[in-house]
Design a protein around this ligand. Structure first.
Ligand code: ZN
Ligand code: ZN
Length: 337
């Protein structure tokens, strides 16, 4: 499968949590947590359309001001998803600045809280000095937080001490591959119509829907969606990336993580401590590297990326990754670990 998502940890495995996911061919990105964002360029930041916050501990939300500073003059809409209470946290951050000269600024921020059933929605407009504007509640069936033609994001609440930390799964609705050679053979002119064609397929539009196809050196052609699909495309299950962090190592959390991450192409999961320090992990409400690997294995993930390493392991920077990979591949924990 050709990747449609290009992800990287903004601050590596030891730095503040932030997973940047660029969406191919759309000029857009999604962000999972926003610890320090200083390593992202303005160009990268302005691609972000939605931020998914696990919880409001400072290492996961510290970079919000960087996003705000970058978006302030833009005619853009940024959506923030997070656990119950996140709207009040964002309101608090916005309240910390003076907003008397921004009446004409078009930037809009919408915060959507996950709720077990209904979740709170609050809008903040620069033009209204970022005063909270409650938009009521909205129902969040099965944790489905964001649904677009091309992708969806689900969230599940995990226990992290006495607060909720949200884990997220980003999934491409349906992977549509275009056969370049067929495109050339038919002398169809590539262009924005291809993205619309893919969106129709992902949405499950009617086979007889009429599509206008521009051609090289010839008048446009009209074809049915089904005919065009048979000529130039094939479809397969979409790509899935799962992001899990700050979860106590309890049975309920583990079951929820395995269900959310089932058959992921990539599971990005915290591994703050070695399993030899399970007691410490339990006290701090975090997973261990071995548990992270075991969960990835149980979920049937294709790839594993661990992060949020405790600074205690800075002098042995590969230890947690190796422990997680050993568990992921089904090996017993290596004696040397
Ligand atoms: Zn954390
Ligand atoms: Zn935390």
């Amino acid at each position: 499968m050709r990747s449609v998502y290009f992800s990287h940890l903004v601050n590596g495995p030891f730095g503040d949590p932030a997973l940047y996911v660029r969406i191919a061919h759309r000029g857009q990105a999604l962000l999972f947590d926003c610890g320090d964002l200083g390593a992202l360029t303005t160009r990268e930041l302005l691609k972000v359309r939605a931020l998914f916050v696990s919880h409001a501990h400072i290492d996961h939300l510290f970079g919000f001001d960087t996003l705000l500073r970058t978006f302030l003059y833009q005619d853009l809409h940024l959506e923030i998803f997070g656990p119950p209470g996140i709207a009040a946290r964002i309101a608090g951050r916005l309240y910390g600045y003076t907003w008397n000269l921004v009446e004409g600024f078009p930037f809009v921020l919408t915060v959507r809280e996950w709720g077990d059933g209904a979740g709170k929605v609050v809008r903040f407009r620069a033009a209204n000095a970022f005063r909270p504007e409650p938009q009521g509640d909205r129902v969040c069936h099965g944790g489905l937080l964001l649904e677009r033609d091309d992708l969806q994001v689900r969230g599940v609440p995990l226990e992290h001490g006495n607060i909720t930390s949200m884990a997220y799964a980003l999934e491409e609705t349906l992977h549509v591959a275009i056969h370049k050679d067929a495109l050339e053979r038919c002398r169809y002119q590539p262009g924005p119509w291809l993205a619309r064609f893919k969106d129709h397929l992902r949405r499950g539009a009617a086979e007889d829907l009429v599509i206008c196809v521009p051609r090289q050196d010839a008048p446009d052609l009209t074809l049915s969606l089904g005919e065009l699909r048979r000529q130039i495309a094939h479809t397969e299950r979409g790509m899935k990336i799962c992001y899990v962090t700050d979860a106590a190592p309890g049975k309920e959390n583990c079951e929820r993580i395995v269900a959310l991450a089932a058959d992921s192409h990539l599971l990005v999961i915290e591994a703050p401590f070695a399993h030899a320090e399970l007691c410490r992990a339990q006290q701090r409400n975090h997973l261990t590297a071995r548990l992270a690997g075991e969960l990835a294995r149980r979920a049937g993930a294709a790839r594993l990326l661990v992060f949020h390493h405790s600074p205690r392991y800075q002098d042995r920077p590969d230890l947690l990754r190796l422990e997680a990979e050993a568990a992921f591949s089904g090996q017993e924990a290596l004696a040397s670990l």
